[in-house]
Ligand binder design. Structure first.
Ligand SMILES: NC(=O)c1ccc[n+]([C@@H]2O[C@H](COP(=O)([O-])OP(=O)(O)OC[C@H]3O[C@@H](n4cnc5c(N)ncnc54)[C@H](O)[C@@H]3O)[C@@H](O)[C@H]2O)c1
Ligand SMILES: O=C(O)C(=O)C[C@@H](O)[C@H](O)[C@H](O)COP(=O)(O)O
Ligand SMILES: [Zn+2]
Length: 365
């Protein structure tokens, strides 16, 4: 088992990464002081639950915890205020109190949603992340929790850090191939913002990752979580540095919203967004290989690098105005300047962004 710490003073917490950790959940819960007297609520989705919910709930019950369970529909559309309200109803009926904990068992959708329930129920109860996707190496760390609005992604949310992240790598073996590919987008992102050697490693090991090779996966997720933990530990509330974790997201989130949160998976939208950011980098003088390497590594991971033709450029530009980095009427973008290095550019000309979005439809790939 590998262990990392998100260093946030008295709100610091561990990330445990290893095989078979789900079965050991009760001892981790005990170690972290989760109450056996108050009910727990495990939130999962209808694709994850059939594999992992019962074993987790049974193990916790056998150890004296009082788990209740709630299952939402899988997919981005569950990150909504309507589903949030259903879950609060569920928590009330199950008798959750201020000493209760909410457990997210699933990918980033369940993590963001359950985390926002935990942040808002009785003004905040304990939260535990049990990620089951590759992408969730990113979403389970750092405390950003949210639901979507039809006009803007993650626009209703909070910062609410978990007590721990319990990452059982065995659960990844049942991930559908498309979600494997989508998850690699954020893995690669962590390389491009922080670590050129890790980008090279991803370039050389994409096939092993796509084949869910346990050793390669364990290493990549440990590296990704290390970058995320380091950034969040320095700037929890995104006052400055944390914005680098948004590489590819200004365009990517706009694509998700415009497509109605269904057509493109988050990781796919971010892949196209990272190509856009790399193109912006060229305009700011980055060497050509930053763009070519971004495109090559994402394509090797089976990710889209081209914007589907039917996306409306005006609608994408409009959706980008709702980006949380947008302030004082200026477009703010995370732009790669070298492999493993990015800068936050303010006052990015909207005309450049429009041209790049149009170019994204012409990308070979
Ligand atoms: N909070 C953050 O910092 C942060 C970071 C990155 C992404 N996100 C959010 O995460 C979400 C995307 O997360 P995701 O890609 O994990 O999506 P997801 O949670 O929808 O999971 C992807 C799909 O895989 C299924 N699934 C999950 N685990 C499985 C398993 N082990 N076996 C079989 N099927 C499984 C799910 O049911 C779903 O259909 C987006 O909403 C994005 O905005 C948040
Ligand atoms: O943790 C962060 O900070 C990130 O930006 C990670 C992103 O991968 C993630 O998609 C996050 O949810 C985006 O946050 P938002 O504030 O742009 O909605
Ligand atoms: Zn993301």
């Amino acid at each position: 088992m590998r262990e990392l710490t998100v260093d946030l003073g008295e709100r610091s917490y561990p990330i445990y990464i290893g095989e078979g950790l789900l079965q050991e959940a009760p001892s981790f819960f005990e170690k972290h002081g989760i109450s056996k007297k108050s009910p727990l609520l495990i939130i999962s989705d209808d694709k994850v639950a059939p594999h992992y919910l019962e074993p987790l709930a049974n193990a916790l019950s056998a150890a004296g915890f009082q788990p209740s369970t709630a299952i939402v529909s899988s997919g981005e559309s569950s990150k909504s205020l309507a589903v949030l309200e259903d879950l609060v109803t569920h928590a009330l009926k199950a008798g959750l109190d201020r000493k209760s904990a909410i457990v997210a068992l699933g990918g980033g959708v369940v993590g963001d949603l359950a985390g926002f329930v935990a942040a808002s129920y009785m003004r905040g109860v304990k939260f535990i992340q049990i990620p089951t996707t590759i992408l969730a190496h990113d979403s389970s760390v750092g405390g950003k929790v949210a639901v979507n609005h039809p006009l803007a992604k993650n626009i209703i949310g909070a910062f609410h850090q978990p007590e721990m992240v319990l990452y059982d790598l065995n659960t990844l073996q049942t991930l559908p191939p498309r979600d494997v590919r989508a998850g690699l987008s954020e893995v690669v992102k962590h390389g491009f913002i922080w670590d050129d050697a890790f980008v090279q490693w991803c370039d050389e090991n994409s096939e092993r990752l796509l084949a869910l090779d346990p050793e390669a996966l364990g290493y990549a997720l440990y590296k990704g979580c290390s970058v995320k933990a380091a950034v969040v530990s320095k700037d929890e509330r995104e006052n400055d540095l944390r914005a680098i974790l948004n590489l590819g997201h200004t365009i990517g989130h706009a694509l998700e919203a415009v497509a109605g949160y269904g057509e493109l998976l988050h990781g796919e939208a971010i892949s196209i967004g990272m190509i856009g950011s790399a193109k912006l980098g060229l305009r700011y003088g980055a060497p050509e290989d930053v763009y070519t390497t971004t495109k090559r590594v994402l394509a090797k991971c089976g990710l889209p690098v081209k914007l589907p033709e039917h996306f409306d450029v005006d609608a994408i530009m409009e959706a980008m105005m709702h980006d949380k980095k947008f302030s004082e009427s200026t477009m703010i973008f995370v732009v790669p300047t070298a492999i493993g290095e990015v800068e936050i550019k303010k006052d990015v000309p909207a005309s450049w962004v429009r041209e790049i979005v149009e170019e994204l439809k012409q990308e070979a790939g």
